[in-house]
Design a protein around this ligand. Structure first.
Ligand SMILES: [Zn+2]
Length: 699
């Protein structure tokens, strides 16, 4: 009986959906919304993106540097001129904001000091700026060692296990590992845990370099002197290493925050530094002994070896000071005309390792242009109904710090007001398009992309993105590595991240405006395209009468993720019967969410709804995602409170959906599966009962 009812609702809903195109809107409001969207498109100034990008990338801008202060002032001014209310949020974060001194030297068989900085290119003035620094890894330990070499492939957990099984002694040696496969901090963590005395990281040409295509300045791939910089921070929480769960408010401020003693912070102690493949070759080519497993072979023209042997010794010296550095987020707000306490939040970080043309400034420039367009839209009489916050985060590069401190500071407000967080880190870095999303926002991405034109073709963004003609373009799961982490994984604000990508000179001194203009998008059409997409998503979330979460997506995605998890568990525990309680909770959620979706639709079509009622219902909608927030958090780190999603604690960048289960799977354990069946089914039941309450409210 229930199933038949569901079927009827579905067919009713799909015919209706031809008229009312988007959830959360009545037909009437949707027509008005289409007018707003058309007006928005007409107001985009297509020259604005390029202008801002050029300005933002004049100087290198590491957190705490003079260049970064300039960027912070510029962002504030542009958004203020656009009509947004600006607030700066300062923090004192414990981090190294300069490389300090370092050296890499082959000592025997013959002495050679290795180069640690990109070459100057004669006709590229950006490469000649004295403000550019050498390659470095923030949060390296300090030390001066001379030792033999061991090659550890990507420095994954598995790679060190392979070395152990090959009987290779790492203790006291310098590990050399290539970038890729995991967050670089884990390479340091695993090297240190295995007794290494130091770590050198380089980018192999097989991963970005001449084996991929032409190298800079002739093409977009790493040249033999290009170096990836980056942080090594790997605490079991995200943000400032001294203030887990708390905002790192200024030391001289009114409110005093208790900080950890730096000696108790989870920091690496071994020296670590990055070099280019041109310099790594000088070490790797002199190694002796057994060849590497086949998959470890890189793109340099000789057989890679696991050990260097006793005749090859290398000196690695790093002296890096960690101290309190002021980081400042800049947030502009367009106050909502009807629901100012419901927040649509967009963000991208502002700090970078060098000029940061693709990462992050292409995202920053897009957001600045977007704030101008939204400001003009408001002047034209189309103020957003909900508040729109455009956030520029500082200290992201050191460990996603600025956004995390802000979320920790605003925890209670975000619980009540946070409708959505959309991340646009480096969002215009090429001509491809990709996105990752929470279940309830996938439809927003897909439907909006149908109304955006992709440049250089006759296609819509949807057609371009959905190359394989599936029912839906590929949408990834949100992992680690950027500013959505605290929103989604710590407080449970539904999040998405999206944008254009392509080959680029990630975290190197060559990621400049010059590079952008030559190889990323010489015609500067991708910036306005991403702005159009981001703007439409923002306006759809901001103006709907009821927040347009795609509520029946939860059960669909949960079902798939649980099936995957059971398969993985069965690979080491054949007797495991599955998650009974959770399965029935998902079934029940499916039925309830289908009913709710259709009820919302008829409720919206039923005539004018009072603002008071909308406010009450939207408050309940905001609370839905919080069902997955658990006070106890994860066993690998209590700061990760979402039992729905986290970053992979063994690699950093990867996404773990159902992290409670993924952790057990990583440990090949069945011990806590019963507990997780209870925790997951309780969360899903709580989500369902909130939906039932909503059904009652609108009946
Ligand atoms: Zn970035």
């Amino acid at each position: 009986m229930k199933n038949l009812y569901t079927l009827l609702i579905i067919s009713f809903f799909s015919t209706q959906s031809l008229i009312s195109q988007f959830e959360g809107y009545s037909t009437n409001q949707w027509e008005k919304q289409l007018e707003v969207e058309e007006s928005f498109l007409g107001l985009i100034d297509k020259t604005s993106f390029k202008k801002h990008l050029m300005k933002l990338t004049e100087r290198p801008h590491v957190v705490g540097s003079e260049g970064n202060e300039e960027v912070i002032r510029y962002i504030g001014k542009v958004m203020k001129d656009a009509g947004l209310d600006i607030t700066n949020y300062p923090y004192d974060v414990y981090l190294p904001n300069k490389p300090g001194s370092s050296m890499v030297e082959i000592v025997t068989p013959s002495r050679k000091v290795l180069n640690q900085k990109e070459d100057i290119i004669y006709d590229d003035p950006f490469t000649q700026n004295p403000e550019l620094w050498k390659g470095w890894n923030a949060f390296s330990g300090s030390g001066d060692i001379t030792a033999e070499i061991v090659y550890a492939n990507y420095g994954l957990k598995e790679d060190f296990e392979t070395l152990n099984s090959l009987g290779i002694d790492i203790k006291g040696k310098i590990v050399i590992a290539r970038y890729g496969g995991n967050f670089r901090g884990y390479k340091a963590k695993f090297a240190e845990a295995n007794g290494a005395a130091g770590l050198i990281i380089y980018t192999d040409p097989k991963d970005s370099g001449f084996t991929r295509g032409l190298v800079y300045p002739e093409g977009p791939y790493y040249s033999s002197s290009t170096i990836q910089r980056g942080s090594l921070l790997t605490t079991d929480f995200t943000g400032d290493p001294l203030t887990p769960f708390e905002p790192a408010l200024p030391l001289d401020g009114k409110k005093k925050i208790k900080r950890l003693d730096p000696r108790d912070a989870q920091l690496h102690t071994i020296p670590v530094t990055p070099i280019s493949y041109g310099e790594a070759e000088k070490i790797l080519s002199q190694m002796k002994g057994q060849p590497v497993p086949q998959s470890w072979q890189g793109g340099l023209p000789f057989t890679y070896r696991v050990e260097g042997g006793s005749s090859l010794t290398v000196r690695l010296k790093v002296d890096q000071k960690i101290d309190f550095v002021r980081a400042t987020n800049v947030i502009g707000m367009l106050k909502g005309s009807e629901a100012p306490n419901e927040w649509i939040i967009l963000g991208c970080h502002l700090d970078s390792w060098g000029y940061g043309a693709t990462d992050p400034s292409s995202g920053t420039a897009m957001l600045l242009s977007l704030s101008e367009t939204l400001g003009k839209l408001k002047e034209n009489g189309y103020a957003p109904k909900r508040s729109i916050l455009i956030a520029h985060w500082d200290a992201e590069e050191h460990g996603v710090i600025g956004s995390t401190e802000w979320v920790e500071q605003m925890r209670d407000e975000l619980n009540a007001k946070g409708v959505v967080y959309m991340n646009f880190d480096g969002a215009v870095s090429g001509k491809g398009f990709s996105a990752s999303s929470a279940p309830t926002l996938k439809k927003l991405l897909v439907e909006t992309s149908k109304n955006v034109k992709y440049p250089y073709t006759d296609q819509t963004l949807f057609e371009f993105w959905n190359k394989n003609d599936q029912s839906e373009p590929p949408i990834g799961n949100l992992g680690g590595g950027s500013d959505h982490i605290a929103f989604y994984m710590h407080v449970g604000v539904p999040s998405l991240s999206g944008g254009a990508g392509g080959p680029n000179l990630y975290h190197s001194n060559y990621d400049s405006f010059r590079f952008y203009e030559k190889f990323v998008d010489p015609e500067f059409q991708m910036g306005p395209m991403v702005e159009h997409m981001a703007g439409l998503m923002t306006l759809r979330m901001a103006n709907a009468e009821l927040i347009p979460y795609n509520l029946d997506r939860y059960s669909q995605d949960l079902k798939m993720h649980f099936e995957n998890a059971v398969k993985k568990i069965n690979s080491y525990d054949k007797n495991f019967q599955g998650f009974q309680a959770t399965n029935s909770a998902i079934k029940s959620l499916y039925e309830t969410s289908t009913i709710l979706t259709s009820k919302i639709h008829s409720y919206l079509e039923g005539g004018e709804i009072s603002r008071k009622n909308l406010k009450k219902l939207n408050k309940q909608l905001i609370a839905l995602e919080k069902s997955f927030i658990s006070d106890k958090g994860m066993y690998f780190g209590a700061w990760y409170k979402s039992i729905y999603a986290s970053s992979d604690p063994f690699s950093g960048y990867g996404a773990w959906i159902l992290p409670g289960l993924e952790y057990e799977i990583a440990l090949k354990s069945s011990e806590r599966l019963k507990e997780w069946d209870t925790r997951y089914s309780e969360a899903i039941n709580s989500l369902e009962s909130k939906m039932k309450n909503l059904i009652q409210e609108i009946n």
